[in-house]
Write a protein that binds this ligand. Structure first.
Ligand code: 5GP
Length: 114
């Protein structure tokens, strides 16, 4: 059995981080190193899925739940518009292999990807 992920340890209260929203299957925290005025992480409680590809294949309903939670958290903590990012793989910058969505919001107009 491998060590619990940092997010599981936060969920258990072993590492301090305020849980700002929670559903039966997922929770939301603020990123410790924000890359936007609002930078939240939406995380399933299970760490069975390492990335969004595994999650989509294994539990698509949970992926839909994460998107809904991202939307409600972005409305509560910013103006409702947001960017949703799943870093997938080390070379894409993923450092925690317990799937999570980055919700970036606030002041993104100047940093359009388009
Ligand atoms: P990844 O690089 O895997 O896509 O995203 C992991 C994110 O978790 C990073 O943006 C990093 O700043 C955040 N993070 C890592 N450790 C902690 C922590 O202990 N608390 C919080 N709130 N965020 C963390």
């Amino acid at each position: 059995m491998s060590e619990p992920s940092i997010f599981t340890r936060i969920l258990k209260g072993e590492i301090p981080s305020e849980i700002i929203a929670e559903t039966e299957n997922a929770f939301v925290i603020r990123d410790i190193a924000p890359k936007a005025p609002v930078h939240l992480l939406v995380i399933p409680k299970t760490e069975d899925y390492r990335n969004v590809v595994e999650l989509a294949a294994g539990d698509p309903d949970l992926l839909v739940e994460l998107v809904g939670l991202a939307n409600s958290a972005a409305s509560e903590h910013s103006d409702g518009d947001f960017r949703l990012i799943f870093n997938t793989g080390e070379r894409a910058g993923q450092t925690v292999f317990h799937v999570h969505a980055h919700v970036l919001a606030g002041g993104l107009e100047e940093k359009s990807l388009g």
